[in-house]
Design a protein around this ligand. Sequence first.
Ligand code: FES
Ligand code: FES
Length: 228
Amino acid sequence: MGDMRPGVCPRGLKDRFQAVEASMPIKRSDEPQSFDRRRFLGASVSTATLPFVGARLEKAFAEPEALTPGDDSISVTLSVNGDSYRLGLDVRTTLLDALREHIGLTGSKKGCDHGQCGACTVHIDGVRALSCLTLAIAAQGHQIGTVEGLARADGALHPMQQAFVDNDAFQCGYCTPGQIMSAIGCVKEGHAGNDDAIREYMSGNLCRCAAYPNIVSAVAQAKAQMED
Ligand code: FES
Ligand code: FES
């Protein structure tokens, strides 16, 4: 996925994040990270998606108006939380829309739909990914994990879910599924060693309720439990 680092905020948005955070009683001392969104999008389309779909998707990108009804539907099989779903989708359907509109798993949220808020974060083969920037067909053949698949069959919450509850790490809750999926990725990547690292590697997940201090506390609590 080129230089894309899921969970890390693009330049500009990070400034806004830092401005909000600066008004809170927490300290931030990490270095700004560079991110070239134009280069990421170009690399994503050219190296990650087109090989999966060939000429039909190239046509969809180059001449979307040239597609006629019946010309743009393809069969896609997605493996989500261990279950298999066979769907008839427009080739341009994002993974987020496939999950929400076609499978009915609405835990993954649509915030910006442009890769800038993190509300849509899911796991693909155990790695966090922005489902609004991922074509459904590109996720075919991979294991997709959503927030609905975290709790055990007996109802016991994942340690990260429990930590969010314990630390009151949400208000309206709209960003919370994406925060939790990203936080699990953050811990698994080894990027939750201290509060500054957590802030850095969770900075791509925005919270309009500004629950950031509690989110950092939740990630730190869950990290200890996940590593036991
Ligand atoms: Fe995907 Fe905002 S909805 S990043
Ligand atoms: Fe409301 Fe994060 S809890 S947006």
